[in-house]
Ligand binder design. Sequence first.
Ligand SMILES: *Cc1c(COP(=O)(O)O)cnc(C)c1O
Length: 457
Amino acid sequence: MKADALARLPSVDRVLRWPPVAALAASHGRAPVLHVVRAALDACRAAATVPDDDALCDDIGRRVEADLAPSLRRVLNLTGTVLHTNLGRAPLPQEAIDAMVQVASGASNLEYDLATGKRGDRDSHVEKWLCRLTGAEAATVVNNNAAAVLLTLNSLGARRDCIVSRGELIEIGGAFRLPDIMARAGCRLREVGTTNRTHLRDYAEAIGPRTGLLLKAHTSNYRIEGFTAEADPVKLGALAAEHGLPYVVDLGSGTLTDLSRFGLPREPTPADTLREGASIVTFSGDKLLGGPQAGIIVGRADLVARIKKNPMKRALRCDKLTIAALGAVLRLYADPDRLAQRVPALRLLSRPAAEIEAQALRLLPAAAQWAGGRGRVDVVPVQSQIGSGSLPVDLLPSFALRIAPAGKRGGQALEALATALRSLPLPVIGRVADGALLLDLRCLDDEAGLLAALLPA
Ligand SMILES: *Cc1c(COP(=O)(O)O)cnc(C)c1O
């Protein structure tokens, strides 16, 4: 019976000759459509069903569309976490996007010195600005800050003791654990002090003939409070210098400007940290800096030269798009007065709550219409987070559209609402809190986009 039915299934060649399928092949190419036709026929065989020709045609059309749709897509980040690692962290300034487009489509002087016609250095496009903005003697960039830490430790501390406080043996999300990175860098971890208190003398007592460097990691995603002590960074720098050892600081976020000018808490900058005596500072390009994913290494010229000579640098280097974008972002920092308008991450972080509330009230009717009978929508005050481990306990006052599911089965209804928003043509990502879905509007740049997603014309 089943075999009988399946015998009526059309052949791949016949299906490819059906006019609607032939039209798909003409617009998308024969190979991708052939792949889908085979998959659709396999699915029929697996289910032992023979749809009529029209139904099979529709199925193939849907499958082609789904198969060729890009997997990596734009979404609206309404989670309230501004630098959301899973959602791609910092949105880029237009200047950075334009710079990437310029170099993406053709040849560039990435490693070519236009003055001499000789081989150049890709770091040269950002080094001048990094030095000017941090006061460093030299700078280099790699794929991300995890790579910057790995490369620095391997270049300056391989086969030697690297001294670090027990209170700073950090884990950042996504399998970055300092002790593991140290081991992979070939360094021997020499822990000193205790979880809550580490003194200068702990470092001093640990220094010996096998010491390679002193490391300080910014505890960016947690805070130790109460009975705590850490060594004065200036004295730590002096101690390292006295013994001729590099003093390396992993700053994590590393903003290049005083955040208090945007009403945000002040974070140590790479310039502060170098001034306090660090020999090398590493930080991310796509956290508070608001640029592309990159790991930035700044500091003493002799040490940066050793880092650049390490063969691992070649494996961890940035591509031309990143260098183009980073260069453009750094040039924006030359004019701190206009940063808040030009660097989207800083603009979003410093948006006044009243402006977000007004936006929420404008969008309330559309959100209520979208929710219909599925939930009740209102505007509520919430707290946004900076994210990416930056300033972990400082919350930013914001406003959200709160969608509370209607009916008794709250949990399921809530999940259904969240799924419906994620399934929109422009997916909307909120967060669940206290039995409701919150759409924190702090990061909503594209109000028209959200309106069109909720209420398509
Ligand atoms: C975020 C962070 C890292 C990792 O940086 P990526 O750019 O995400 O690789 C390393 N150290 C600290 C202290 C951080 O905050």
